[in-house]
Design a protein around this ligand. Structure first.
Ligand code: ACO
Length: 436
């Protein structure tokens, strides 16, 4: 192999430049140049220099990160080096949250302390209930979540001290602990039901089910299969490197605002249908197909561009999304408790047909995380508009890990992209009576 540099010849001037190439963990995945090195390429002394133009960051790394690795070609997802399959099978959401934030799996003592702190920060100030009551009865729970998590910043003014690691830790406990409480209260508000308070005897997922579904019983007992399934679903959503909401978290957090405001921004990014809403669309699509016999007819519509096969395709994965494979298995376990869901049979048959069809094969379209998750959520009794809220709870540790890594990275500054200006050149103001 030759030198780790790139030689660029500017044909406008005939000058040649040599730019270093830098690497991440893998030499064949993530080699890059610093686009700031392009600034030396100028046609004249006063020239600003060359920039990279990359709308939507299609080929721009905005950071170096040690948190999550995705190889979309091979369908690999790892948190801190650990394969998602192993974490889904052997870890728990709180342990994975610890891993994603600290970089290492906890010892027994560390995990006990971590679990204790998160369990003991689940309560929210009673005043939050008052303004939650102000939302209309049919307010979308995600809208309520964006508003209330942002409002937490007014209850914790100490959170502004983002440079203090101990202070950051305190806000991390609070955010991971309080997101399910806010989400469950938003759900119960939409039903007009009294809020159910956290139960510290239950697991993270079990307590969330308690706050959602507890009725008149003195003590809510979550079904262990459903509790485990929800915990695994949270594990699968913990992080997905520089996606839209993680980028929002980093970008907004780079102004050094408190983490509640930054998480509100990330939650808002997740709310959009291009990011957190596809699982709901899958459910509607499966209901519309209605039976296995109608699948070929539906596939025909997809191929003539009259419909999209929702839950298929991904910007990064050009292989089976590893999370979809795990969710498909959890779905089977959930249905042993909730009874069979005919939508699962339709989904499995749809997947089988699509994966053998030349249209999907040549475009490398495989099931993504959303293909099976909506079916499970429906079976567990969640209404569709709470699906993105479930995603937000699972993703909160990932957002916080991205935020913390950004704050402690000496390369990072306030996020401020450049632009290529294409508007008018200088012109003088025209008085209104002279304008035509
Ligand atoms: N059904 C039918 N055709 C599809 C689908 C699909 N689900 N997805 C992609 N294609 C086709 C496109 O029409 C295109 O065909 P062409 O080359 O003949 O024009 C080709 O496959 C490439 O697709 P793009 O749209 O260029 O891929 P892109 O990376 O821009 O889009 C996306 C990815 C948005 C996820 C797309 O696959 C899609 O719309 N899928 C359905 C929605 C969905 O499931 N979203 C959830 C994604 S996972 C998540 O965000 C959590």
């Amino acid at each position: 192999m030759g030198k780790d540099t790139l030689t660029i010849t500017d044909n406008r001037t005939g000058k040649t430049y040599e730019i270093p190439i830098q690497y991440g963990t893998y030499p064949t995945y993530g080699a890059s140049i610093r686009t700031a090195d392009l600034r030396q390429i100028k046609v004249s002394e006063g020239d600003f220099g060359l920039m990279g133009y990359d709308p939507a960051f299609m080929n721009t790394a905005s950071c170096k990160s040690t948190i999550t690795f995705i190889d979309g070609e091979r369908g690999i997802l790892r948190y801190r080096g650990y394969p998602i399959e192993q974490l889904a099978e052997r870890s728990t959401f709180l342990e994975t949250a610890y891993l994603i934030l600290h970089g290492e799996l906890p010892t027994r003592k560390q995990l006990d302390e971590w679990t204790y702190h998160i369990t003991h920060h689940t309560m929210i100030h009673e005043n939050i209930k008052k303004f939650m009551d102000g939302f209309h009865y049919d307010a979308h729970p995600m809208g309520i979540l964006v508003g209330t998590v942002g409002a937490l910043s007014t209850f914790y003014p100490d959170a502004k001290d983002i440079r203090d690691p101990a202070d950051r830790k305190q806000q991390i406990f609070r955010l991971i602990a309080k997101m399910p409480t806010l989400a469950a209260f938003a759900y119960r508000h939409s039903l007009g039901m009294p809020y159910a308070y956290p139960d510290n005897d239950l697991s993270y997922a079990g307590n969330f089910l308690n706050m959602l579904f507890k009725k008149t019983e003195l003590k809510y007992k979550p079904d262990p299969v459903l509790e485990k399934a929800l915990d695994v679903l949270f594990v699968l959503h913990v992080d997905h490197e520089q996606n839209c909401s993680a980028n929002a978290m980093r970008s907004v957090g780079s102004s050094h605002v408190d983490p509640y405001s930054a998480v509100a921004a990330a939650t808002a990014a997740l709310y959009g249908p291009l990011h957190g809403g596809a699982n709901e669309a899958v459910l509607r699509m499966l209901r519309e197909i209605g039976s296995k016999e109608k699948i070929p007819e539906f596939i025909k519509k997809v191929k003539t561009r009259e419909a999209l096969l929702m839950g298929f395709g991904h910007r990064i994965y050009k292989n089976y999304d590893p999370r979809a494979r795990i969710i498909r298995e959890i779905a089977r376990q959930v249905f042993t408790v909730t009874g069979p869901n005919p939508l699962l049979d339709i989904a499995i048959e749809l997947e089988r047909i699509a994966l053998e069809d030349e249209f999907f094969v040549t475009r490398r379209l495989y099931p993504n995380v959303d293909f099976y998750s909506g079916i499970i959520y429906e079976a567990m009794g969640f209404p569709v508009d709470i699906y993105p809220v479930l995603f937000a709870i699972g993703r909160t540790p990932g957002w916080l890990a991205q935020w913390q890594e950004m704050l402690t990275d000496p390369d990072q500054k306030i996020a401020r992209p450049r632009q290529v200006y294409t508007g008018s050149d200088h012109r003088d103001y025209v008085p209104i009576e002279l304008r035509r």
